[in-house]
Ligand binder design. Structure first.
Ligand code: TXA
Ligand code: MG
Length: 321
């Protein structure tokens, strides 16, 4: 490729987006695999490259609060209030879409998940491309999300372009809510917690009733899986497994020489710090040939701990006996 790449990566990436190509880019949560959300051909390539089933809709990333009204309708003042409080930031709102968003983006749903990411590279990419950008996390479907460009290169070596923004600052994906007449429901937990959102809108429960929005179609029981079994410290391990070939991801436990490796993702039981480091630890352990399986000490299920335990349970789901 030309050295234009090196002189102005964002301008190059923006041109790629306009040409219908795929660009991996940093957000504050995880790296996204982006395409022009208004171009169905470009969006179909996201599903192909990720090997993602087409029933799993994509989040659309916008560059300003004013753009909500360009791609959605029936927006009321509560939605604007939420956007003003949490954007740019890791909150995705599921809202009624208009015709500018093609059906392939939303898997045929009448709603679209929309957010304004809190990352300068992402925002500049959206502005320079002058397109809303549809982007799932830039990993193969069901696998561990990327928090560093190396994680993207490992899983998606054929992506057209990667914008390198270093490590992401939040580390787990955005909180997804649906806003209904009565208030909000949580479709996916993240670092923006129920308690924070409740200061603005009443909470209507985790699982919306049948007459309201369906829960996030992509929230499958098995997800975020490393390529090795993952268990919790309380689980009964299969008899053939030897902890000497295992890594422990500790939370409060101190060094424990039963295991080959002990990883501490936070030094002072800080759940935010734990979340930032979680996916990078799973990527590291995937690549470590001395490790056959992973054991995780559960974290307390309050605040951000809810989102962390949600990711860990799904990561271990397929190994549950
Ligand atoms: O932090 C994030 O949200 C990252 C960054 C890249 O923005 N993106 C992300 O996208 O995590 P993805 O595709 O890995 O997860 C999006 C989730 C899926 O579970 C999907 O089912 C749900 O959002 N979703 C998207 N549109 C929806 C809609 N209209 N209704 C319900 N759920 C929706
Ligand atoms: Mg994902």
């Amino acid at each position: 490729m030309s050295d234009f790449h090196y002189s102005d990566p964002i301008a190059t990436a923006a041109r790629y987006i306009r040409e219908g190509k795929l660009v991996a880019f940093p957000t504050e949560t995880v790296y996204g695999l982006g395409a022009d959300a208004t171009n169905p051909m470009a969006v179909s390539r996201i599903f192909e490259l990720k090997e993602r089933p087409t029933f799993d809709p994509l989040i659309v990333h916008i560059g300003s609060i004013d753009d909500i009204g360009r791609y959605t309708h029936k927006i009321d003042s509560r939605v604007i209030k939420l956007a003003e409080r949490f954007w740019p930031g890791p909150l995705t709102m599921v809202l009624p879409k208009n015709d500018l968003i093609p059906d392939i983006v939303t898997s045929g749903l009448p709603t679209v998940g929309i957010r304004m990411p809190n990352n300068d590279i992402a925002l500049e990419l959206i502005r320079q491309s002058q397109r809303p950008i549809a982007a799932p996390s830039a990993n193969k479907f069901g696998r561990v999300s990327p928090t560093h460009p190396d994680h993207v290169r490992k899983q998606l070596p054929d992506v057209d372009y990667i914008l390198d923004g270093g490590r992401t600052l939040v580390g787990i994906e955005s909180t997804i809510i649906s806003v209904t007449e009565k208030g909000f429901s949580i479709l996916r937990h993240g670092i923006i917690t129920r308690e924070e959102i409740e200061k603005i809108l009443p909470y209507c429960g985790e699982k919306p009733s049948k007459t309201e929005e369906p829960a996030a179609p992509g929230m499958l029981k098995s997800h975020y899986s490393p390529n090795k079994p993952l268990y919790f410290t309380g689980d009964t391990l299969p008899a053939n497994l030897n902890k000497k070939k295992a890594a422990l991801i500790a939370f409060t436990l101190s060094d424990n020489n039963e295991y080959a490796t002990v990883l501490h993702l936070t030094s002072n039981a800080n759940l935010k710090e734990y979340a930032v480091n979680l996916f990078a630890a799973l990527h590291q352990l995937e690549a470590d040939s001395t490790i056959d399986f992973i054991v995780v000490e559960p974290v307390p299920e309050t605040g951000i701990g809810i989102a962390i335990m949600d990711r860990l349970r799904r990561a271990g789901f397929k190994y549950k006996s």
